[in-house]
Design a protein around this ligand. Structure first.
Ligand SMILES: C[S@@+](CC[C@H](N)C(=O)[O-])C[C@H]1O[C@@H](n2cnc3c(N)ncnc32)[C@H](O)[C@@H]1O
Length: 624
């Protein structure tokens, strides 16, 4: 057995999953077996050390029975597990996670109290396989997910987020199942990243004959997923494979397959080169555009297009950013092609569907092999508005093919939006410009103390978004700002002293690699950063908060961490004050492009589409 390491609470959870019958579900992998064995050893060690007064549990007998199906046997030696690691802390954390699940554990709690042993008493109950496990099984059979809840409690959100482990709330699962029930009667349901098996368990209840297949890369998660399916009574027709969905081989199905799930959201930076190459090559084979910036959820759509056959159906819930961004072109092309998009339902971020990810969510329904003439699009404010995913306005595929962003069509699918009386688009008043890219901030941005250049070439500039957040309503001084080096094109025209200083600086810049950046190689001359003139209003555009709109009374320049708002026709200072004040008050993160984790981004075009009062009304907007 290999060395398996997990936290004490994770071992406790793994052990509990085993008691709930995890090994009865096909696909019992070596990684899970190792984890289960390590967990059993750890619990056994912990029981002596921590639950004083309890008799040591001998798990062997039950292990023999649940291991029989997998045809494996191994001892409870648990090499690699530090006994001292495991104890009441792990069990207590697990218990806290299960307790967080709500009332269903009342029975367990009562038992624990009656026994007078607190958590230890409770755990003894669970270990003894009596009412504790029975109660958990009853909760699972009632459609709850106590193991998934415990897992989310035990493993911190930061760690789960990195692995794309955000489990789907029951109301969303129900809506997707309800849509699928109208689309087909599946012979097989596949969840591409099965997690704690929320989708598969619900599908098992909805379609009593369907095979239930889950792919999952995390052995602990696979273990609780299979425990859930076993406890729900589906072991005879379920399988969990510890495998990557992209390379999984799904055998031919006896009928139609339903793909249901919540693909992990993992950004492209974290994806291995090998998978990026797989993505590029597979997309080329299917004739759809691939971008190296695509995240794992885009890979899952592509893999689904590979695995699916005509007549199948699918519904996947993801972050909605792919509707608008360049890399999402692949998903959009798949829906307009082999995946056969049927409808897309956006959920307003204010609905906070996924507690760990404040992003707009999108449920995408598709019928592989169909040739849709339109895809239904809509946005709902609340999860209850999803219903059975029947609503939405059909948007012709000709329109969908012709526009680069789909989200505006979902928000207002029937053409140009009606503007409230008295409001205009910001772009009618101002051009919004992202600040200049320097090409090498370490060279071109300075505190000014050590660069030995004439002061007139050191331009005070906003170079960090935090400078705008800290400024509040008004940037009144440049004293705390750094300087961007703004050199003229013609150095020979400078007075001799300045020329010597600039030449010496350029030598140092060259030695520091400043000529090698893409930006430097595509501007002429390579040293000319060309900052734009100071904008009267500066705005941040990417943060987990609404943009800061700051009146730039200090006439600071800005680099590409900020946008500058430049009036098309002159606006008097009180109108600029009013405009900035209105934007500060009215703009929300939901108006930007929301990325998982709650990051909101406003491209210049997005900002220009914000609605603001007409010029005549601006001066009354100022709070003062
Ligand atoms: C967003 S969660 C969804 C879990 C479950 N389907 C649900 O909706 O509650 C995605 C799951 O996919 C798993 N996962 C991540 N990368 C994977 C991959 N390449 N192949 C299969 N599963 C993966 C994660 O461990 C995680 O449990």
């Amino acid at each position: 057995m290999g060395c398996v390491t997990a936290s004490p609470a994770e071992y406790a959870l793994a052990d509990l999953a085993v008691r709930l019958g995890a090994a009865q579900v096909a696909g019992w992998s070596r990684a899970e077996q190792d984890l289960a064995a390590a967990a059993a050893a750890a619990m056994e060690a912990g029981s002596g050390a921590t639950w004083s007064g309890q008799s040591r549990w001998d798990g062997r007998a039950s292990w023999d029975s649940w291991d029989a199906r997998a045809g494996r046997n191994y001892g409870a030696g648990g090499d690699g597990v530090a006994r001292s690691q495991v104890g009441g802390g792990g069990v207590a954390a697990l218990w806290a996670g299960i307790r967080a699940g709500g009332d269903g554990v009342a029975e367990l709690r009562g038992r624990s109290r009656a026994g007078g042993g607190g958590v230890a008493g409770l755990w003894a109950g669970i270990r003894a396989g009596g009412d504790g496990v029975t109660a958990l099984r009853a909760r699972i059979q009632a459609g709850e997910d106590p193991l998934g809840q415990a897992f989310c409690h035990i493993r911190p959100p930061e760690q789960r987020r990195g692995a794309g482990q955000t489990f789907t709330p029951p109301a969303v699962v129900d809506s997707m199942i309800s849509w699928a029930g109208r689309a087909l009667t599946p012979a097989r349901v596949v969840d591409p990243g099965a997690g704690s098996a929320r989708f598969l368990a619900a599908a098992g209840r909805r379609w009593p004959e369907a095979e239930l297949i889950g792919l999952e890369t995390d052995p602990l998660v696979a273990l609780i997923g299979r425990a859930t399916l076993a406890a729900a009574g589906f072991a005879g027709r379920a399988a969990i494979e510890v495998a990557d969905y992209r390379s999984a081989r799904l055998p031919a199905a006896p009928g139609r397959t339903l793909f249901l799930g919540n693909p992990p959201y993992v950004r492209h930076h974290q994806l291995a080169a090998q998978w990026k190459a797989w993505f590029r090559d597979t997309a080329a084979r299917l004739g759809v555009p691939a971008s190296g910036l695509a995240g794992l959820h885009a890979h899952f759509f592509l893999a689904t297009a590979l695995h699916a056959a005509p007549g199948d159906a699918g519904a996947l819930v993801t972050a909605a950013e792919w509707l608008d961004v360049n890399y999402g072109g692949l998903i959009r092309a798949l829906l307009l092609g082999p995946l056969g998009g049927e409808s897309i339902h956006l959920i307003d971020p204010a609905a906070a569907v996924f507690p760990d990810a404040a992003a707009t969510s999108a449920i995408t329904c598709f019928r592989p092999g169909s040739t849709p003439r339109a895809i239904r699009l809509r946005q709902v404010a609340r999860v209850t508005g999803l219903g059975g995913l029947a609503g939405g306005t059909p948007v012709p595929v000709t329109v969908l093919r012709s526009v680069p962003r789909w989200r505006p069509l979902a928000v207002r699918p029937s053409g140009p939006r009606r503007r409230p009386e008295g409001l205009v688009e910001l772009g009618e008043l101002c051009r919004v410009h992202r600040g200049q890219v320097t090409g090498a901030n370490r060279v071109w941005i300075t505190t000014g103390e050590d660069c030995e250049l004439p002061a007139r070439f050191l331009l005070p500039a906003v170079t960090r978004a935090s400078e705008l957040f800290h400024a509040g309503d008004t940037l009144a001084s440049t004293a705390t700002l750094r300087r961007v080096i703004g050199l003229p094109a013609d150095i020979c025209a400078l007075p001799a002293g300045e020329q010597a200083q600039v030449t010496a600086f350029l030598d140092r810049a060259r030695a520091a690699g400043a000529t090698e950046s893409y930006v430097a190689q595509h501007r002429s001359p390579w040293w000319r950063v060309r900052l734009a003139e100071p904008a009267p209003i500066l705005a941040s555009y990417m943060a987990r908060r609404p943009p800061a709109f700051v009146r730039n009374l200090a006439a600071a320049r800005h680099v590409n961490i900020a946008h500058g708002l430049y009036p098309r026709d002159p606006l008097p200072p009180p109108a600029l004050d009013g405009l900035a004040a209105y934007l500060r008050r009215s703009v929300t993160v939901g108006q930007g492009r929301l990325y998982a984790g709650g990051l909101a981004k406003f491209e210049p075009g997005d900002m220009e589409r914000l609605l603001v009062p007409a010029p005549s009304q601006l001066e009354c907007q100022h709070p003062a």
